[in-house]
Design a protein around this ligand. Structure first.
Ligand code: NI
Length: 172
């Protein structure tokens, strides 16, 4: 099922998510909903809180088409080397910003069947893992920049939303 994506301003996005305790049909359904919602939107990753579910789960699908599910993830290591990349987020549409993060990460997580795995990632996958992992701790990519720049990004987002709402009204 395709779910609604919460946008910046929703308090849920700044809350901490709880671990998933049961690997049953509910968890499989949640993973499947996240993947379907991601595929219906122009993004590469989506986390539980973004669809209003404060559970430690996120999904990633890059251009390679592989559907990756991470449940109760723990980042077990990061490289000292960092890189800058312009990030966006389905919860903050049309806003982009350079974010500095480690180039590589090691992660331990469970898949939707409860099977544990370790993964060493770099490049876009490592970038996306860190962005989604942040969502589980109530952190957004705009929280990585200084407060002046953050304010600027938030006000740009709000202006765009207002303009869109006006457009919709005019059409109705
Ligand atoms: Ni995001």
């Amino acid at each position: 099922m395709i779910r609604n994506i919460l946008l910046l301003g929703s308090e849920v996005l700044s809350e901490n998510s709880e671990p998933i305790e049961n690997f049953g049909e509910d968890t499989k359904k949640l993973a499947s909903d996240l993947l379907q919602t991601l595929e219906a939107n122009p993004g590469i990753g989506l986390a539980g809180p973004q669809i209003g579910v404060l559970k430690r789960i996120f999904v990633i699908k890059l251009d390679d088409g592989i559907k990756r599910v991470f449940i109760n993830p723990q980042i077990t290591g990061t490289t000292a080397e960092t890189s800058v990349y312009q990030e966006g987020c389905l919860s903050i549409p049309d806003i982009w910003c350079d974010v500095v993060r480690p180039v590589g990460v090691s992660i331990f997580a469970y898949d939707e069947n409860g099977k544990p795995f370790n993964l060493d990632a770099d490049g876009l996958l490592a970038r996306c893992i860190q962005h989604e992992y942040d969502h589980l701790n109530g952190r957004l990519f705009i929280d990585h920049v200084d407060s002046v720049q953050r304010e600027h990004l938030v006000s740009r987002f709000e202006k765009k939303r207002l303009a869109q709402r006006r457009k919709k009204k005019a059409r109705a």
